[in-house]
Design a binder for this molecule. Structure first.
Ligand code: UT7
Length: 372
């Protein structure tokens, strides 16, 4: 059975930054309150021309460059987002088109902030089963478009950004070792976007009532998160036959510094075992774990051979954890010539391809109309 290795990683955040002091001019809040209760100092906000797919493409191309893998070699793209571009089509299909992943099947997974762990697990399982070799997983968010900027309970928390992993099959042991996935739909009300689905379709009334914004019972989510995080880590470690002492770094979902502190206390670990960057990005939902992983790698908090744990929680309610033995890009087999992939060039190819396909579809439509 092949192993599923994480061989590429990338992140992207939009340039514009919104600080706590900027927020204090918009709602009744202040920098000290936000920092003390959440640990957040600033967050990035997408420009009008940026969308979950465009952010996701930036992160994906960086991940493919690290893995030295061409988009055309991908078999599968899974995108996970709490702020998808549309209900359908899947944001994964938009990313597939924009990077020119000509042979990849693409779909979205919805598990709110736990989505990245669930998606990496699904990609790893597809690789482990032998049905595919190369997968791309993207967590991408433009949460700023579904936030009520007059609600101080939520608008201080969230930020925009994207992160991506490439997963590849290899006979060498390592990569994703274990994962646990949990859900409790009885807590669905605690964190939701009530409007825009088929239970509450968009009307003037739903717009007026703010149903198209994120609704959250902050205290309830806080209690839930502190209850499940440490336990999920222990479960994933047990299933991997690993001990806490073996772990070099824990990368938690970045929602609130105090939630991570509570998990550290539960596990009796010092805070420096945890990668934390919520101060600079806020809660980027499905993108927070890959963004924090990329920074942990840049800061040498994760090195090849290290055992790493990802842990997340979010709307649904959902929560989960995953253990990974970090390897990095796969070496080129001695029998093969070393190739150099420049995935950015594929973006141009993808644009031309997409345009041609659209034109062909038009022509085909015109011709078949004549036939009818
Ligand atoms: O990916 C998962 C997404 N969600 C989460 O992770 C959210 C988890 N929950 C939390 O992080 C915290 O519950 C919050 C940060 C949302 C709130 O912190 P808290 O310590 O639970 O505050 P609170 O709601 O108990 O509010 C305490 C006080 C209240 O005033 P009173 O009633 O004590 O006078 C609030 O009205 O702070 C007030 N308050 C604020 N003050 C200044 C609430 N929001 C703000 C604010 N600025 N932004």
């Amino acid at each position: 059975m092949p192993f599923a290795h994480i061989t590429g990683w990338g992140m992207y955040v939009p340039e514009p930054v919104l600080t706590n002091n900027d927020l204090a001019k918009m709602v009744d809040t202040n920098d000290q309150w936000i920092r003390e209760r959440t640990g957040i100092r600033e967050r990035h906000i997408a420009r009008e021309t940026e969308f979950p797919s465009t952010l996701g493409v930036e992160a994906a191309l960086k991940a493919l460059a690290v893995a030295n893998l061409a988009p055309t070699e991908l078999d599968l793209i899974i995108c996970t987002s709490s702020s998808p571009e549309y209900i359908f089509p899947a944001t994964a299909c938009l990313i597939q088109d924009q990077i020119g992943a000509t042979k990849a099947g693409a779909f979205d997974i919805q598990a709110a902030c736990t989505g990245f762990i669930f998606s990496v697990n699904m990609a790893a399982q597809a690789i482990r089963s032998g049905s595919i070799k190369n997968a791309l997983v993207v967590g991408t968010e433009v949460l700023s478009r579904i936030i009520n900027w007059t609600d101080r309970n939520t608008c201080i928390l969230f930020g925009d950004g994207a992160g991506a992993f490439v997963l590849q099959a290899s006979d060498k042991p390592g990569g994703v070792i274990s994962a646990v996935m949990h859900s409790d739909g009885s807590g669905a009300d605690a964190l939701s976007l009530p409007g825009g689905g088929t239970r509450c379709p968009a009307t003037e009334i739903t717009v007026r009532e703010g149903k198209h914004f994120v609704h959250m019972d902050g205290k309830e989510v806080f209690r839930f998160a502190t209850r499940v995080m440490g336990h999920a880590v222990t479960e994933a470690l047990e299933s991997a036959n690993m001990k806490l002492e073996d772990v070099a770094c824990i990368v938690p979902h970045q929602a609130n510094y105090r939630i991570i502190e509570t998990a550290a206390r539960y596990l009796k670990l010092p805070m420096d075992k945890f990668m934390v960057n919520v101060d600079r990005y806020g809660n980027t939902s499905t993108a927070s774990i890959p963004i924090a992983t990329v920074e942990a790698l840049q800061n040498k908090r994760i090195r090849p051979g290290d055992k790493v744990v990802f842990v997340g929680f979010g709307g649904g309610l959902t929560w989960g954890a995953m253990t990974v033995e970090w390897t990095g890009p796969l070496p080129t087999p001695p029998t093969q010539k070393k190739k150099h992939i420049y995935p950015l060039q594929y973006r141009i190819f993808a644009k031309v391809r997409s345009l041609l396909l659209r034109i062909l579809r038009r022509i085909e439509g015109l011709l078949s109309r004549k036939e009818l």
